[in-house]
Design a protein around this ligand. Structure first.
Ligand code: K7E
Ligand code: CUA
Ligand code: CA
Length: 610
């Protein structure tokens, strides 16, 4: 079983190279048919588009990875909590993206849970939220551009881990503090340790209120009817050692009554900590209900119909099925060893990842509730040690029921060996039939935790072709250099294949603010500006204006050149920053440098080719 997908991939390659074979023996024919159909399931010819976007959290890469499903083609990385020089993201200390990120914390992050916005129980393709567990931040991605729209620090908690949106309205995203601290007193006294679940305005990401309690909160999910949100809590012991955290046989799923919490805030039943109203759960009865579940639960998922909350047992081989309205546990079916996360199809089945067993187990929810012995439908081996698993559409009320991704922690020998550390591994599983089938494996950077899959048809129409011209855009023909003491503002445009101005002059020590607008109106015509020896690299997509500030502290000639190969004249797309001694006369030339101006500005030295 462990080698099935190798066979499939090998056959996939041979079909591509040699066409399908017509071997004679019945066994071989059957095998070939199976293999062919697996290959066909994932084969998307060049130029044809995938059916789904898969958005994978990048873990300690601090980003989100975009893959096409079913082809498993890597499409894009969205850098969020880490600079990405290639994309001009947060790499220049004087850039907007750097300032926004640095204002909230360090230049790296640990993304875990991508969450899509919904309207009427369906993914609407507008927003993607994601947490940074390491530095307690939440970011919002605009799915029109696949760029970060907002990043905010969440006060009063540590280990911002579980993230979900409050359904059905999506007016909040809420984030769980996994690591306990004394947020109120900043003491080291573990007797005062608490944790909190923070409710953020989904658009501004301002923390509106928090509910604090003794213990911790791990994975988050929302009921579907605007009443409760749920979190698994593995450290009800409030311990500070791993031994201490597994002392109790039962921990809990916490249910927060959101309307009751809002009422408590309105009635002033809170303490303000770092500007945020914090409701202590002990003081507002009913705001937090603890539902006992076996030892150190992990994943927490509400079924698409909103009826049940499923808490995966982790240290217990069970999944607890909790009624999402009465908050009572109604069944605890055994599923296998190390259950971590559960996802859903559109036919009443749950799919639970088994970390220890390295399997996905498919089981029928109603049969498990009724205690019917055949509630386990199927098991499939994955490679290896799966963390999250997610089926297409499964966080909405309308799962698609065709594809499931297994996000595996170890790849071992799955891919070409590249040293002691191997890439992370995802497997694509066809869940459209009764039996699951692994049809492809694809590597990625460390370390995807969770993923969401959204149909192309939902999202593609939102995606813009070019940026709308901002009010700050520099218009063609209106390029200029504006001096104000030692501050110099350079208003520059770029279009295939020229920067205007192609030259600007400053005094040593001047603070230069570069406004660069890409005036292209064609999709995909990105230009970049790298400034030699100044450590500046800017990428400007069509229609976009970027602002970057730096100090021109080195004397001499510094070329800026385009970093994105844009035309046959790409290499010629360059210009000079001339840094002269303080007091020297500066040439104010803007626009195309004529021969005469060129002669004047460079001291009359002609090129030997002219
Ligand atoms: Cu299970 Cu951070 Cu969602 Cu990793 S968490 S697996
Ligand atoms: Cu613009 Cu290369
Ligand atoms: Ca525990």
């Amino acid at each position: 079983m462990k080698t099935t997908h190798f066979v499939i991939l090998a056959s996939f390659a041979s079909i591509l190279l040699a066409g399908c074979n017509s071997d004679t023996t019945a066994k071989k024919e059957k095998e070939a048919a199976q293999n062919k159909s697996a290959a066909e399931r994932v084969y998307v010819p060049p130029g044809k588009l995938d059916d789904y976007y898969a958005l994978l959290s990048g873990g300690q890469s601090g980003s989100v990875f975009v893959f096409g499903i079913p082809s498993c083609r890597f499409i894009k990385e969205i850098p969020i909590f880490e600079p990405r020089a290639a994309l001009g993201y947060a790499n220049n200390p004087g850039s907007e993206t750097y300032k926004r990120l640095a204002a909230t914390g360090p230049l790296w992050g640990d993304t875990h849970h991508p969450v899509l916005s919904q309207t009427d129980g369906r993914y609407d393709g507008h927003w993607l939220w994601i947490n940074d567990k390491a530095n307690d931040r939440v970011a919002k991605i605009d799915l029109r551009t696949f760029e970060v729209a907002e990043i905010k620090l969440v006060p009063n908690l540590q280990g911002a881990h579980g993230l979900a949106t409050y359904l059905p309205s999506c007016k909040y995203v809420f984030v769980n503090g996994e690591l306990e601290t004394d947020a109120a007193g900043n003491s080291t006294d573990m007797e005062k340790y608490r944790s909190a679940i923070a409710f953020l305005d989904a658009q501004t990401l301002e923390t509106k209120f928090e509910v604090s309690f003794v213990g911790n909160a791990d994975i988050a999910t929302s009921g579907k009817d605007g009443r409760y949100v749920f979190s698994t809590m593995y450290n009800t012991e409030n311990a500070v050692s791993s031994e201490g955290m597994i002392e109790r046989d039962r921990d809990a799923v916490g249910a927060i009554d959101v309307p009751l919490a809002e009422k408590a805030v309105a009635e002033g039943k809170f303490t303000k900590i770092n500007g945020v109203p914090v409701i202590e759960s002990e003081k507002v009865p009913g705001v937090l209900t603890l539902i006992p579940v076996p030892k150190n639960p992990h994943g927490c998922n509400v079924t698409p119909d909103g009826k049940y909350v499923l808490a995966s047992g982790k240290l217990s081989p069970t999944v607890s099925i909790i009624d999402a309205h009465t908050l009572r546990t109604i069944a605890e079916p055994e599923v296998g060893l190390g259950p971590l996360h559960t996802t859903f199809d559109n036919r009443g089945n749950a799919y639970t990842s088994l970390f220890v067993d390295s399997q996905i187990v498919k089981w029928n929810i109603e049969k498990a509730i009724k205690g019917e012995p055949d509630y386990i439908v199927d098991r499939v081996d994955v490679h290896y040690n799966v963390g999250h698993t997610k089926a297409a559409g499964a966080d909405s009320s309308y799962p698609n029921g065709d594809w499931l991704i297994s996000l595996n922690k170890l790849s071992k020998g799955m891919f070409l060996p590249v040293g002691p550390a191997m890439p992370e591994s995802q497997e694509l599983i066809d869940i459209s039939g009764e039996k699951m089938r692994v049809v492809a494996a694809f590597p990625s950077l460390p370390e995807p935790h969770d993923a969401v899959m959204i149909p192309r048809t939902t999202l593609e129409n939102h995606v813009v072709q070019t940026y709308e011209q901002q009010p700050t855009a520099v218009k063609l023909g209106e390029e200029k250099v504006v001096r104000n003491g030692n501050k110099v503002e350079v208003y520059m445009t770029c279009i295939r294949s020229k920067f205007v101005p192609e030259q600007f002059e400053v005094h040593q020590g001047d603070e230069v603010k570069l406004h660069l607008t890409n005036v292209e109106t064609v999709r995909d015509m990105t230009h970049g500006l790298a400034l030699s020896r100044y450590g500046i690299n800017v990428a400007v997509d069509p229609g976009l204006t970027t602002e970057t500030t730096f100090v021109a502290d080195k004397l001499g000639t510094y070329w800026y050149y385009c970093t994105w190969f844009c035309s046959a004249l790409h290499l010629e797309m360059r210009g000079r920053m001339l840094v002269k001694p303080v007091g020297a006369e500066l040439n104010e030339t803007v626009g195309p440098i004529t021969k005469a101006e060129k002669a004047g500005s460079v001291g009359g030295k002609e090129s030997s080719f002219e």
